[in-house]
Design a protein. Structure first.
Length: 489
């Protein structure tokens, strides 16, 4: 398998790929400096890129390549979790406009399912965002549309995949898009001039209605590679034309069900992988095989852009001690959080969603990794699992500790009376400058005001394990932690 890797995990993942006898192509300059290896420029079977929030990676490409990458990436650590991407870049889908916004429309996409009794289809759908500038005609709520995914989005983010009303094919060295002539997307003027006449030189021509778009890597490719890249793009464009012709128009039954129950063309597969704290430290070990790496390198870089720059500076100035402890106190002093700051509680779910439980005020930070936060509660309802009324003015005191597989929240009344304690079992807690993050593992333990304890939601953990959202080793770890908490409380 050939893979292209970019982002803050690139060095560690390059090492992992090479150790597994895969090939890394189109390597960045830092990767070329760090490795004594040959890096080709041929198109990759899959591309791996760090997500915008630096919490994990997306891997997109050929189905077999993405399957191999899923195994490699989730093998990083016990808390590395993966979810399939239903809208990988390049996929062509039928959809229905459900909402019009200022700059574009929200589109309900049909990404798979079963045929219904009336000839339509039911099942999985997703939402995407279609900018008005990417379609020729005005779209309104209820309109059927055929779109291609330009940029996908990780399930734990609040972004929708970005769509385009026009279709493209190929990629890597050259892509084809509707139009005529040739477009060159290369900054080097000399290379751009050469590429603009490359079609005539090669004696090749795109299918009718398509034009070639030379991509930046084409500037470093030889003539043979360019010809092969164009051949692949032409084959992809012809296949896309055939699929669209065979599909006919976009049809929706009863304003809700799609006649087509699968994508028109699926040139790529995709996965999203969330790295937890243990996985980040395992990636540190991988990176250390190639270059000097401070303890917590990936953990710090995942926190913020400023922290990422700080890591680069620290490693450039001095040789890190690989056996040193993670400098939590130094990191929080430099980048936060500090006492008085607001900290979001970002509660990941095993199915890939992320729920923000709200913001809390930081009341204490300790160099050992302990951070205390508190929130004032609104009235109404009861506390989950405690069966105690929630009253306005109650205070929720949460004790977070970096790397711990659980955290407690104690609820107190205005007079300080303890109303109960709820202990979440989760992947190891990470306290970043603006948010504490983890993935909830369903099973929890509560201690009520009368001192009785109860273990909750084992059935939800079993269901998540059966669904494949929680791997068996991680589920067993969650049960072990819950049992220890029961005994301790």
């Amino acid at each position: 398998m050939k893979a292209r890797v970019r982002g803050i995990y690139a060095t560690a993942l390059t090492q992992a790929l090479l150790d597994a006898d895969h090939e890394v192509v189109d390597a960045s300059p830092p990767i070329r400096r760090r490795f004594d290896a040959e890096f080709g420029s041929t198109p990759p079977d899959a591309r791996i890129a760090t997500t915008e929030d630096r919490q994990g990676v997306g891997a997109h490409g050929d189905t077999d390549a993405v399957g191999a990458l899923r195994e490699l990436l989730t093998g990083t650590g016990l808390d590395a979790l993966a979810w399939p991407d239903p809208t990988p870049p390049g996929i062509v889908l039928d959809g229905e406009v459900t909402e019009t916004l200022g700059g574009g429309a929200v589109v309900r996409l049909r990404v798979g399912g079963n045929e219904s009794d009336d000839g339509g289809s039911t099942g999985e759908t997703a939402e995407g965002y279609l900018p008005y500038g990417s379609v020729d005609d005005r779209v309104e709520t209820g309109d059927p549309v055929r779109v291609q995914v330009r940029e996908s989005a990780a399930p734990w983010t609040d972004r929708r995949p970005e769509l385009d009303g026009s279709l493209r094919a190929g990629g890597g060295l050259v892509a084809l898009e509707p139009g005529s002539g040739t477009r060159v997307d290369v900054r080097n003027d000399e290379a751009a001039r050469e590429l603009s006449g490359m079609l005539d030189l090669l004696g090749l021509e795109p299918p009718e209605g398509w034009r070639a778009v030379w991509k930046p890597p084409a500037g470093d490719a030889d003539t043979e590679e360019l010809a092969a890249g164009l051949d692949r793009a032409v084959a992809a464009a012809e296949g896309l034309d055939d699929a669209v012709d065979a599909a006919g128009g976009v049809e929706i039954l009863d304003g809700s069900e799609f006649v087509r129950d699968e994508p028109l063309a699926t040139p790529k597969a995709g996965i999203w992988v969330w790295f937890g704290r243990e996985s980040r430290f395992a990636l540190d070990d991988r990176r250390r095989e190639a270059t000097a790496t401070m303890p917590g390198h990936h953990r710090v870089k995942a926190g913020s852009a400023d922290a990422s720059t700080g890591v680069d500076l620290a490693e450039a100035l001095c040789e890190p001690d690989a056996d040193a402890a993670f400098p939590f106190g130094v990191v929080t002093d430099a980048f936060g959080p500090a006492e008085g700051d607001m900290l979001r509680l970002e509660h990941g779910k095993p199915d890939g969603r992320l729920i923000t439980l709200g913001e809390a005020t930081v009341t204490a930070v300790d160099a050992d990794g302990s951070v205390a936060v508190e929130r004032e509660m609104t009235g109404g309802g009861t506390y989950d699992g405690l069966d105690v009324p929630r009253e306005a003015g109650d205070i929720a005191e949460t004790s977070l500790k970096e790397g711990r597989w659980w955290y407690p929240t104690t609820y107190r009344g205005r007079d300080g009376t303890v109303r109960g304690t709820y202990v979440n079992v989760c992947t190891p807690v990470e306290v970043f400058p603006d948010a504490a993050r983890y993935v909830d593992l369903h099973v929890d333990v509560v201690k009520r005001p009368d001192g009785t304890t109860e273990r909750l939601d084992d059935d939800e953990l079993r269901d998540a394990e059966a669904a494949g959202d929680v791997p068996e080793p991680l589920a067993e770890k969650a049960r072990s932690v819950a049992s220890a908490l029961e005994n301790a409380l």
